[in-house]
Every structure is written in structure tokens, then in C-alpha cells.
Design a protein around this ligand. Structure first.
Ligand SMILES: [Fe+2]
Ligand SMILES: [Fe+2]
Length: 171
């Protein structure tokens, strides 16, 4: 039966018979996707200085990675690479939107990043960026005082780990 689902991580809705294996917007794993009528999803959280100190750079990481992937999607010399980087750019932009909501900003800051023409160079840069994000988010999840912030960082570690696998399969 067709149902309305909602992702707990990005908050976006999805229509389908079954919950998707991964959120089509933010890449969150299936365990975070619940029926919309039962979803208790909030971005209005009280966060302490330390969590705030991790949420702000998390927004910067996502803005920077989205800009890099959109650049790579245009410039890379491999047709499948273009599609991969487009998909990853959209997901990272969705991650930036999560932190925009948490930080209660009106809009997401503009990103501008360099990228490469050679696909392999972009895959190496993707690997470097995702490794850095995973390290930072793992530490931020462990340190988080607020349970919602902990949930977000934990889900992001899982998602960025999937992105790392995508570059590793191609390098
Ligand atoms: Fe999502
Ligand atoms: Fe991300």
C-alpha cells in the first residue's frame, strides 16, 4: 500500500510502498525513515556551546563539499563520474540544509571550491574530504550532549562512510 514516509535526519517526505533503503535526499539509512504520521522530527533544539561549536563547522564542511561535488560534476572527464558527483553534491547540499535549520539561519552560505578535470583526481579529493568529514562527525557524535545532535552526527557518519565506499570502488 502506498504510504507517506519521512526521514528523521533531513525531515523530507517520501511517497512509496516501502521506505527506501536510503533517503533519496540526504542518504540516511532506512532505520531513520518512518511513517510521516508517526514521525517526531525537530530541528528546533537547545544546544550548548560545545555542540554549537561543532554544528557551525559542520555547516561549513557540507557547503564546501557540495560546492566541490557540483564543480566536479561539471568538469570531470568521465560520464559516470559526472553522475556520481552530481548525486553527491545534492546530498551534501541537503546536509547543509540540516545544519541551516539547526543553526536557525535564513539561508545557506554560498560555497566556492576548485575541482579537477581528471576523474581520478576528483575521486581522490572526494576520498580525502569524506575521510575528514567522518573523523570530525564521529568525534562530534561522541562529544554531543544533545541527543538530537548526537543522532544527526551519527547518521552523517554512516552516510559519509557510504560516500567513501563509492570513491574506493572506483580508485
Ligand atoms: Fe533524509
Ligand atoms: Fe555530508
Amino acid at each position: 500500500m502506498i504510504k507517506l514516509w519521512r526521514c528523521r535526519i533531513c525531515g523530507d517526505p517520501y511517497v512509496g510502498d516501502e521506505p527506501p533503503a536510503n533517503c533519496p535526499f540526504c542518504g540516511a539509512h532506512r532505520k531513520y525513515i518512518v511513517e510521516a504520521k508517526d514521525a517526531d522530527v525537530s530541528f528546533d533544539v537547545q544546544i550548548n556551546e560545545k555542540d554549537l561549536g561543532n554544528a557551525k563547522p559542520a555547516l561549513e564542511v557540507e557547503v564546501s563539499n557540495a560546492a566541490f561535488y557540483f564543480c566536479a560534476a561539471k568538469k570531470t572527464d568521465d560520464p559516470e563520474g559526472k553522475l556520481l558527483f552530481k548525486a553527491l553534491g545534492k546530498i551534501e547540499a541537503e546536509h547543509a540544509a540540516i545544519w541551516r535549520k539547526i543553526l536557525k539561519l535564513d539561508k545557506i552560505p554560498e560555497g566556492s571550491e576548485e575541482c579537477f578535470e581528471i576523474n581520478r583526481d576528483n575521486l581522490n579529493e572526494s576520498h580525502r574530504r569524506e575521510t575528514r568529514a567522518i573523523e570530525f562527525y564521529s568525534k562530534s557524535a561522541a562529544d554531543a550532549k544533545n541527543m538530537r545532535i548526537k543522532e544527526l552526527f551519527t547518521a552523517l557518519v554512516e552516510i559519509e562512510t557510504d560516500h567513501l565506499s563509492l570513491s574506493e570502488q572506483r580508485l
